[in-house]
Design a protein around this ligand. Sequence first.
Ligand code: FE2
Length: 114
Amino acid sequence: MIGDEKTLIVVQALYRCLQVRDPVTAAHSLHMAELTYRLAEEFDQSNAGLYFAGALTHDIGKMGMTDRILKGSGKLTSNDRIHLLNHVSDGYRLLNSLEMPQIILDIVSSKIPS
Ligand SMILES: [Fe+2]
């Protein structure tokens, strides 16, 4: 179980949006979520679902990136790299506005949950 019902519904909806926007990032996120869940079962089993949800949405900020940066294979400019790095704060702001649990916010903002 991923936290409460609202968290589950929001995470599922966001993940489905990511699948439509960029299937490659969605597949990467699912892979990371599965690995994170297995690790979480070892050190914080009661919150393993939240760790799964955090990993599943860790790249959600990439939905706002242009196709050229998100899906392109060319060399990135310095501005592109800044835009790319902003996906972390963009994802955090999105999930924070949806009042997601702190463990998810910590994972998305690349903090180590305490
Ligand atoms: Fe990632």
